[in-house]
Ligand binder design. Structure first.
Ligand SMILES: [Zn+2]
Length: 191
């Protein structure tokens, strides 16, 4: 089990260009296991590889959020949004890279995605509500788009200040030592 450090805003690694998964090999499976461990440890609804400093186009969504019977994460490699609609939904989102920050974001209510699983098999998934929101949030991560990009100037400055305080609070406390507190803050929609 490996819980990885999550890259926090404004770390420039969150803006790095991502690249497609080409090899569906043991290296990918290890990344997926580590992402799953990290997502569960922080109580996230989803997590993107770029949030642990990896540039593969990979994200995970909690199985229950994805409408499965259990919480075994659903793995999305090289994901694409192929359709969206059913109106607009506005709801608060959190992000594991922005501990304690919640932002109202407008998004299409329904989406349809295609992606490859960790064996390279293409599949499609569609959904509304938290699933639609989590899918769009994670896809945004793969293009470097972050919560702070969804808000006006005033809120943007608030978020920047809040993250500055968060980073300051981490200094001298042994790095990410208070991840438990982060997990509480980020639940239930931190992704
Ligand atoms: Zn996020």
């Amino acid at each position: 089990m490996a819980v990885l450090d999550v890259v926090k805003y404004p770390d420039p690694r969150l803006r790095e260009p991502t690249h497609p998964v080409e090899h569906f090999d043991e290296g990918l499976r290890q990344l997926v296991r580590d992402l799953a461990d990290t997502m569960f440890a922080l109580n996230g609804a989803g997590i993107a590889a770029i949030q642990v400093g990896r540039l593969e186009r990979v994200f995970l969504i909690d199985g229950r959020v994805a409408g499965r019977e259990d919480d075994v994460p659903v793995v999305f490699c090289n994901p694409e949004m192929i359709d969206s609609g059913h109106g607009i939904s506005i709801s608060e989102e959190g992000c594991l890279s922005f501990p304690g920050v919640f932002v109202e974001v407008k998004r299409p209510r329904w989406v349809k995605f295609r992606a490859q699983d960790q064996d390279g098999q293409w599949f499609e998934i569609e959904g509304e509500g938290l699933l639609a929101r989590a899918l769009q949030h994670e896809l945004d991560h793969l293009t470097g788009r972050l919560l702070v990009d969804m808000v006006g100037m005033v809120k943007k400055e608030m978020i920047k200040r809040k993250m500055k305080r968060w980073h300051a609070s981490q200094e001298g406390s042994g790095g990410d030592g208070d991840d438990d507190a982060v997990a509480d803050d980020a639940a239930p929609v931190g992704a």
